[in-house]
Design a protein around this ligand. Structure first.
Ligand code: TTP
Ligand code: MN
Ligand code: MN
Ligand code: MN
Length: 382
């Protein structure tokens, strides 16, 4: 779909949604070092600095040449690349490392905080609090939250979903019990198997549903952190409760069959930090934990599964919105707003001045409506 020439003229655009960003780039080693600096800012709570690094990394991912002292001048003139970053890049070219990375990695704090956030339910702020209590390792956390190898399985099973009451949040304790499972990566074949099982169950509720596996899988990752599926049906009405109903019905069925073991968010239930969308009731999501039944060949582990139900007229915006990457999505929204007078998010596209809604019939049409050239999902790894 895209020529090499195409990639070579696109890398200087300031919006990630106009650049070609492959999964692995010619400057992967540099990008990985800068990712440590970014992660350090994020985990210490310096969100603006973290975002700046994220933009820098994203620009470098699209640069199609190996960076050397001969072309660093060109890099310095790319959008979002400042002089401070340039000297770090220069340091990397000359020494194969960045001194600040070395000093971050030489202490215990960064390692502990990163380790803590591998527990579902622990974000940077909680991680810092736990660290300030003197806790340093996952073992420390397990003692603190009273999780042991003997009790782990029971704790993992202890959260019962009551579909008539408020959903319990996944506690850090349950997160700890599920940690090993949830942090192991999901191969493409298992993503496809999970998708198949889910759609098979859905077909028993309502035949003729359509779906796309989105997220990192669609961007070509060999191993994903979770499974993201966008689902619709041509007869679903937006506005009403149909989308919501189908979503809840499927999750309940999967839960009854023991396939969904935990539900962290489900439409129709009160949730403390619900994401407010600008386009009303056209989209519903369920954030869950899923496990394939054990079979002769293998013992399966718990996986994060996100199900997104879209009314048919916003199916393609939902697919684009849930394909990512996060930076690609951020700049899609920014581009739409700043350059096109449009509003874009997973739940719809509208014109800002009169809120006129648009209903694209394909992914290509989503890009067209936003005045962008379509980019292959595997080049959206911004
Ligand atoms: P993720 O599943 O969080 O990330 P990913 O699929 O890119 O990578 P992996 O799972 O392998 O770590 O999110 C998928 C996309 O969905 C992300 O690019 C942005 C979008 N998204 C939303 O629109 N809303 C949300 O609340 C979340 C969590 C993601
Ligand atoms: Mn994902
Ligand atoms: Mn996800
Ligand atoms: Mn199997």
């Amino acid at each position: 779909y895209h020529s090499e020439k195409d990639t070579q003229i696109r890398y200087h655009h300031r919006y990630a949604c106009m650049r070609h960003s492959p999964l692995i780039c010619p400057n992967q080693g540099l990008v990985e070092k800068l990712a440590i600096l970014r992660r350090h800012r994020e985990i210490e709570g310096f969100d603006m600095q973290s975002l700046s690094y994220e933009r820098v990394i994203s620009v470098l991912k699209a640069f199609p040449y190996h960076i050397t002292l001969d072309n660093i001048h060109e890099v310095s003139e790319l959008p979002h690349i400042g002089s401070k970053i340039c000297s770090k890049i220069q340091e990397f070219i000359q020494h194969g490392d960045i001194s600040e990375c070395k000093s971050i990695l030489s202490g215990t704090r960064y390692h502990s905080l990163v380790e803590f956030t591998t527990v579902y339910g622990i974000g940077p702020a909680t991680a810092r609090n736990l660290y300030s209590l003197g806790l340093r390792t996952i073992k420390d956390l397990e003692n603190h939250y009273k999780v042991s190898p003997q009790t782990r399985d029971d704790i993992a099973k202890s959260l019962n979903v009551n579909f008539t009451k408020r959903l319990p949040q996944l506690s850090i304790k349950v997160g700890l019990a599920l940690r090993e499972d949830l942090r192991s990566r999901i191969p493409r074949s298992e993503v496809e198997e999970i998708h198949g099982v889910v759609m098979n169950e859905l077909a028993n509720i309502r035949s003729g549903c359509v779906s796309t596996i989105t997220g990192g899988y669609r961007r070509g990752k060999d191993e994903s952190n979770d499974v993201d599926i966008v689902i619709s049906h041509k007869d679903l009405k937006s506005g009403g409760d149909q989308v919501k109903g189908l979503c809840a019905h499927l999750v309940k069925r999967l839960h009854d069959k023991g396939l969904v073991t935990h539900v962290m968010h489900l439409s129709g239930f009160r949730e403390p930090n619900a994401l407010r969308t600008t386009h009303g009731d056209s989209l519903e999501k369920a954030l869950t934990v899923f496990i394939l039944p054990d079979d002769k060949k293998q013992k399966h582990v718990h996986r994060r599964l996100d199900l997104i139900f879209a009314a048919p007229e916003v199916y393609w915006t939902a697919v684009v919105g849930w394909t990512g990457s996060k930076m690609f999505e951020r700049d899609l929204r920014l581009w739409a707003k700043q350059e096109r007078g449009m509003r874009f998010d997973s739940s719809g596209i509208s014109r800002r001045h009169d809120s006129k809604l648009y209903f694209p019939n394909s992914e290509q049409e989503v890009f067209e409506l936003l005045g962008l050239e379509w980019i292959h999902p595997t080049l959206r790894n911004a």
